[in-house]
Design a protein around this ligand. Structure first.
Ligand code: ZN
Ligand code: ZN
Length: 77
């Protein structure tokens, strides 16, 4: 039985979602930052932790100043 990388408990088939090459509980595969539930293949990861593509991953690791949703440029030079 695979163990969930988040809570380290066994993952049963019915609640299993495979992402990043690991088996997670459906409810454990969520964004590390905002807690949004993620779907397999529908998210990003950083250092083995899942993040939602938007806004968290793009805000933290994406190219700066590329925001959708009208964050005016607060770039400090
Ligand atoms: Zn879990
Ligand atoms: Zn997020």
């Amino acid at each position: 039985m695979p163990k969930c990388p988040k809570c380290e408990k066994e993952v049963y088939f019915a609640e299993r979602v495979t992402s990043m090459g690991k088996d997670w509980h459906r409810s454990c595969l969520k964004c590390e930052k905002c807690g949004k539930t993620l779907t397999s293949g529908g998210h990003s990861e950083h250092e083995g932790k899942p993040y939602c593509n938007h806004p968290c991953y793009s805000a933290m690791f994406g190219p700066k100043g590329f925001g959708r949703g009208g964050a005016e440029s607060h770039t400090f030079k």
